[in-house]
Design a protein around this ligand. Structure first.
Ligand code: NAP
Length: 252
């Protein structure tokens, strides 16, 4: 078998846990971490087949891959993932908390059930995973955590009301996590803008997303990957929030 993933480099041989890694941005992050030579601990919820296919592709290239499944919005799913990660191959060195929903509803149309679902998945899950697994990293003596937030958490978009609120609450959470997990573990947040639009967006919606950025263009998964890599490789930044949004959050 031909090995295409490197065995040297600052991140090689490190284990990285990525939530929501079967599709879209999470999948791109998984492929990029494989290129860094990491051992991959990949999570999916509904996209089981996509994750199995991705794991197969990565293993063919020589990467070591472990897969985990579960609903991170549910207490049982969250607890099981944490338990599973304590075992084979042991607590990760690096973590990318990427899984989220994207509920398109103004406040007045949001049901109580939707409130709970969005807050559980987009806020509680990444913060609980960060502190529970972060404490394990801390005991090991080293770790790096990146939470994927959203530019809508910096400047809310009322059409995505509860999503914006949940992502906004990640901002103080990152600072609290950074304090609790220091000095062994760094915790930072990347806040993407329009890097990979929903698959059902119309041409008019795509155009509006472009117009809302200062740089008058869409971003790409690679823009987010570069920011994540930067936080993983840096040893003197924690509690930071980095917008990768073409300046959307400056415009309001
Ligand atoms: N795409 C963008 O332009 C953009 C812009 C700003 C911020 N972001 C942020 O970047 C991250 C990734 O974006 P994306 O567009 O790639 O996201 P996405 O496709 O909407 O969702 C990412 C993953 O979240 C997982 N997920 C959904 N519900 C779950 C649940 N109950 N339990 C566990 N996992 C669940 C899904 O896994 P399964 O498919 O396996 O169910 C999905 O693959 C998100 O945090 C998002 O808020 C993205």
């Amino acid at each position: 078998m031909r090995t295409i993933y490197p065995s040297s480099g600052i991140l090689s041989r490190k284990t990285v846990f990525i939530t929501g890694s079967a599709r879209r941005l999470g999948r791109s992050l998984a492929l990029a971490m494989a290129e860094e030579g990491c051992t991959l601990l990949l999570h999916a919820h509904r996209s089981k087949k996509e994750l199995r296919d991705l794991a197969c592709t990565l293993r063919k290239g020589g990467a070591e891959v472990y897969t985990y499944y579960g609903d991170l919005g549910k207490e049982s799913g969250l607890k099981r993932i944490i338990e599973d990660l304590k075992n084979t191959p042991g607590p990760p060195d690096l973590m990318i908390l990427n899984a989220a929903s994207f509920l398109r509803k103004p406040l007045h149309q949001t049901t109580l059930k939707e409130w709970d679902e969005v807050l559980r998945l987009n806020l509680r899950a990444p913060v609980v995973l960060a502190i529970e697994l972060g404490m394990m990293m801390k005991r090991k003596g080293w770790g790096r955590i990146v939470i994927i937030g959203d530019s809508l958490g910096l400047v809310p978009y009322p059409l995505y009301a509860v999503h914006s609120i949940a992502k906004s609450a990640l901002l103080p959470a990152v600072r609290i996590l950074a304090e609790e997990l220091a000095p062994e573990v760094t915790v930072n947040l990347v806040a993407p803008g329009a890097v990979l639009l929903p698959e059902d967006y119309t041409q008019a919606q795509i155009q509006r997303a472009i117009e809302r950025s200062l740089l008058k263009t869409l971003g790409s998964p690679e823009d987010v990957i570069e920011a994540v890599r930067f936080f993983f490789k840096n040893k003197y930044i924690t509690g930071a929030i980095l917008p990768v949004d073409g300046g959307r959050s400056l415009k309001g």
